[in-house]
Write a protein that binds this ligand. Structure first.
Ligand SMILES: Cc1ncc(COP(=O)(O)O)c(C=O)c1O
Length: 408
């Protein structure tokens, strides 16, 4: 039995994903719902993180903090050890969540009315970072080839050639599909940005959860020349489930880009980190390698389990994934539209993220979070099978024999 098999009460920690009021209001679900929407893990944090936070809590001082040198040292060591990335301390800037950071990046490197390019389907806050700041969102759809997403380089080149496109936000690995881009693909992305003088922002926060046997390549390794024209967004939030601590960081080798973003941080009054952020990050990056490897292997097995079981429902095509704890499932053949998809998952008492959330090109798909104990995943799948068994019958008109039997 794995440590990750154990059910863990997330309602006690006010987990947003498990909030009964949200599940009822947003999805029409009961208190017995299994949430599979929001992208966090249903596992307790790694014990060293718990211990570090408890030790910090025992110090009765929760006032303003500063960033100790140990932060830089830890981040540099982690990136070198796990990813072969050689970073310098000056390049690092702590930030308070990747999503707010994307907002500041958009504010800093584009003017109102200018444009930002993203690929779709996309994690919706990418679009929000653009549109909430009155910039224009330009999308380049990913193409489906052999059941996996690939870039449409021609389309991306056309769009980057537009004078108003100043920034490209790359999602690597990709959310929602879990696709890990190859070095060749990333090199082309980097070259395009260089050619068209577009600032490349690479959100690599899912890179820590790459399945055993899959190799993750950072954009800088694939295209070294892009380093001085790019920003890397990183964070322990996904892999170590620290979203509530609002801890992330950016890596920016170019001093000009770094100073410009620092000004934007100052303009938004981004100051000292919360008291628990640095101790948690340091514990995660120094004492949790074995925990992380075990967790990733467990989630990869969850993914294989889900694929095996859903293979029995031909109208639910799970896209192969190489990373992450999110399954992206093509249900175009099962449901007439998204309204029906929602009704199905409500009947299952499961929450999910419907394809239209992903800015564009996601319709007909559903994203399910499988970062949970396998017994819970089994129960969720059992519910899907139970509802599926009767779904189309339920939807079909009910026929009764109208003709009277002559003997009656
Ligand atoms: C691609 C991507 N970027 C950023 C985030 C959120 O990051 P943070 O918690 O650091 O704001 C997510 C969360 O799902 C994500 O999928």
């Amino acid at each position: 039995m794995s440590q990750f098999d154990t059910l863990f009460d997330r309602k006690a920690g006010n987990a947003r994903k498990w909030a009964e009021s949200v599940l009822a209001k947003k999805f029409g679900l009961t208190p017995n719902a299994i949430p599979m929407d929001l992208a966090d893990l249903d596992f307790p944090v790694a014990p060293p993180i718990h211990d570090a936070v408890m030790a910090r809590a025992a110090v009765s001082d929760y006032s303003y903090t500063y960033i100790p040198d140990a932060f830089n040292e830890t981040v540099i060591a982690w990136n070198a050890r796990r990813f072969g990335l050689e970073l310098e301390a000056d390049w690092l800037k702590l930030s308070y969540g990747t999503v707010p950071t994307l907002h500041y990046i958009v504010q800093a490197f584009t003017a109102v009315g200018e444009s930002v390019l993203i690929n779709t389907p996309a994690y919706d806050p990418f679009a929000e970072a653009v549109e909430h700041n009155q910039r224009q969102l330009i999308t380049s759809p990913l193409k489906l080839e052999n059941d996996r997403y690939v870039f449409d380089f021609e389309d991306m080149a056309d769009k980057m050639a537009r004078p108003d496109v100043k920034v490209f936000i790359l999602c690597s690995p990709q959310n929602p599909s879990g696709r890990v881009w190859t070095a060749e693909e990333l090199e082309q992305v980097g070259d395009l940005c260089l050619q068209h003088h577009v600032l490349l922002v690479s959100d690599e926060i899912h890179r820590d959860i790459v399945y055993p046997g899959v190799h993750f390549t950072s954009i800088w390794q694939a295209c070294p020349a892009i380093r001085d024209h790019s920003i890397l967004c990183l964070s322990p939030n996904k892999a170590f489930n620290l979203g509530g601590l609002k801890t992330s960081y950016v890596v920016i080798p170019d001093a000009g880009i770094r100073d410009r973003l620092a000004q934007q941080f100052a303009a938004n009054s981004i100051t000292s980190p919360n008291s628990f952020a640095i101790p948690a990050l340091i514990a995660a990056y120094t004492k949790c390698d074995a925990w992380l490897d075990e967790m990733v292997a467990y989630v990869a097995d969850n993914f294989a389990y889900l694929r095996d079981r859903l293979a029995e429902i031909p109208e639910m095509q799970v896209m192969p994934a190489e990373s992450g704890f999110l399954a992206w499932i093509d249900v175009r053949r099962l449901f007439a539209d998204e309204a029906e998809l929602k009704r199905f998952f409500t009947a299952c008492d499961l929450s999910c993220v419907v394809g239209s959330y992903f800015v564009a090109d996601g319709e007909g798909f559903v994203r399910l979070n499988i970062g949970m104990p396998r017994p819970l995943l089994k129960e969720a799948l059992d519910r899907i099978f139970a509802i599926y068994a009767t779904w189309h019958q339920k939807e079909a008109p009910q026929f009764t024999i109208q003709v009277q039997h002559p003997d009656d």
